[in-house]
Design a protein around this ligand. Sequence first.
Ligand code: TRP
Ligand code: ZN
Length: 931
Amino acid sequence: MTTNLRSKTASTVTYRADYTQPNYWVDSVSMIFDLHATHTCIATTSILRHRENAPSILEWVGDTSKGGIVLEEISINGTILTANEFNINADTGILSVLNMPKTNLTDSITVKVKTVVNPTDNTTLMGLYASQGNLFTQCEAEGFRRITYAPDRPDVMSRYTVILCADKNQYPVLLSNGNLIFSGDMPTDNQRHYAVWQDPHPKPSYLFAIVAGDLAVNETWIDNPYVNNGRSLLQIYTRPADQLATQWALDSLKASITWDLHTFGRYLDLERYMVVAVGDFNMGAMENKGLNIFNTAYVLAHPETATDTDFNNVEAVIGHEYFHNWTGNRITCRDWFQLTLKEGLTVYRDQLFSADQAAGFGHAVLSEVAVSSAKAVCRINDVITLKAAQFGEDMGPMAHPVRPDSFEEISNFYTATVYEKGAEIIRMQALLANAATPTGDGFRRGMDIYFERYDGQAVTCDDFLHAISEGSGVDLSQFKRWYEQAGTPIVTAMGIYDATAKRYTLTLQQRNPSVGIEIANLALTKPPLHIPVLMGLLNQEGVINSTFNGQCTDEHLLHLTQIEQVFVFEGVTSQPVPSLLRHFSAPVKLQYQYSHTDLALLLSRDSDAFNRWEAIQRLYERWIFAYYENTSSAIDSSVLTNLLANIVCRTLTPILNDINLAAAFKATLLNVPVYNTLADSIADNLRPHALYAARESVINQLAQGLKNTLPILYEQLSNHAPYSPDSTQAGTRALRNTVLMLWLRTGDRIAVQHAQGQYRRTHNMTNRIAALSGLLQHTVINEIDELLPEADDFYLRFEDNDLVIDKWFALQATLPYVKISFIQTLLAHPAFKWTTPNRMRSVVFRVCFANPVLFHTEAGYDFWLNSLEQLIAINPDVAARLARAMDLWQRYEPSLAQAMYAKIQQALKLPDLPNGVAEILNKALLNKYSI
Ligand code: TRP
Ligand code: ZN
């Protein structure tokens, strides 16, 4: 029996409250893949166990769309089912067998399914697909159903044995999860060979993977007392030409293993750990058990072709996927609503890892100041990401709790909220748990209980909270609301100083209005959250001690648990300035009426480097908004902008010359807030062009204000040591390149010469692309309407390197003052490809998410609609991501909002609209957001 019906055409909402266990567990699965690029046959044998008291109905699922499965045959206990013995629902893809054999509890049932797929036609990159002649799989969240009919839900965990058969020349390397048991030539056909893989660990189907292709490997053995023969093999597989760029990934993998053992006592439970790079991939990477599959962008790192940021990203993502081996794989999610259980926790773990690596974990001994500023820089970058990506999401139509209550398409919920806010929620638990234990290790104790108790199981966020609470003794019952409420809470602070009593009284208030789909639920109440506020007080000389709760120290942890709460500090000898929310101790918007000079004080004197950065961000914001407001009113704001320019430049100059501060930290202080974060503070009538221009004006004015310092700094910061991606060297490059960018903006011809020289003479991508980017911006500023010679040179130099050519496209697509016709020439370039997400994103996503000046025009919106239409035919998950560019349409000035609204409506009429895209567009139209 065959079927060509498209699956999942009906839009259906899945609710968290509806969870029930499956009727049948699957204890083991064996699969035989007869691999061919356009016609792969898969024979799957599953051994089922009936759940006690469950109905005797089998409900499995398959997806037939775009190269997905064609069912050839299904048999139960050796008997092939006839067409009337099973049913396939064309809308949902659900295969049901109503009359399953009646069994005793100990009996098992054998189900065999034969399917055929076409990897070459599979442009969705979910299930089994071809990329540059090789074959790969991606199964999370619901890709396994594109390989065979299966339960395909994370609470069904099975032991897998996989046999791969393929052409020896075309696919010399055959990989799957676990251990290689046998391999050899096919007895029947000497062109073909086979490999048998067995995974000793039971796993959900979303962690299943195979790879077949012509790949080279960089490998190493490590001692590992936790596995049978006392050592493990670590391997990085890539296309042969990319092998030179794999050492950093291998080193990062070793570092991850050492770090997790040291920090959480988690060991590597595998004799073989493989990482495979693929050029066509929907996201960053995938933690398949023992066989991680990575976007090449997060594996390959060579100094000549990868920037310092790329090196950091590779390290972070290698760490992330490795840490999933415990937080995700050994202990997995009961259902997809619990996604943050593995993602929030694993992002938190990879953030800790990156911060420790930057601080020299395991190698160079850095000074205490260097360690703390390296960690602060990591925290600052995490918070920049959180604010730029998550805060906006949390005020728009897709706002959702980190544990959502419903979804239409699960792939739409791999969001900044689930990942980044989820990580913040773990970070707060760690802060609370550690503060609650005298030894300061409450979080680790809770984690130990979590691993001990739930190993091998599919669990929920509640189970996690219980473990942390038990391990640390901290009561998380109110804290749990963080999992239930969407929206970024607003915390308002007000302080009163009583000089005679030497008493400072701080009043904190919290509110968290309904957002996104919460607004539709009129019965919804959002009781107060448990918000940890880490803080200290300063006077004009710097940080001071104060007594709170009987403790006299320079830092206090406040527990804001009510809507309004008063905190009293004694022994405060002079009028203080509060440093609130140190390290960004909670993901909230903090409102406090700081004066400009309060902020300058925090910037120069706070002991918390994070809050020094926050202080200058607030100054920059005021400065930018002074320009922005001025473009709409007759009031001349030059008095205010000049005042702020003076304060910032006067405060910054000694900081930039402070030899005790890390260069990387200084660089963060020279970067004004990103456009997205600025836009998020404008509730309505947002004028994107004016905001962009205001931000540019501030950068230019900052450059003017620092004019005399910039050439000196640029000279001082030059470095001739051989390239290393370590945080000290990278920090120096970051500062020097920021200085160069500012210097170019002063219009100094010497700066241009330096940029040209740097472009030509450097050997690393960090410096080369910084120079090129600076020159491109400079060209735009001077309205020269031709491509720079450096840009042509860059293309020719790196023509053969896909990741570098992605950068070349991205740089151009982000130029603010080009026209859509310029973007069309990029699309028409022979190297542009719609079907490769990295390449497509380097142009299309750049225009729609990173180029507000170009995007917010009628032509920009048309470009969005046309691109969406193209992508719908190719890759629904990636199309749904693009759809989100319209999320916040309601906040724009009326002419733009109307144009965006009209485009969303047009998009909804596109033929063959995938459910995921429809979910995004419908939510955008129907939900009002508030701020
Ligand atoms: N679980 C992966 C991670 O966070 C990401 C992921 C989920 C993914 N679904 C995917 C990657 C689909 C690629 C395609 O590490
Ligand atoms: Zn992850």
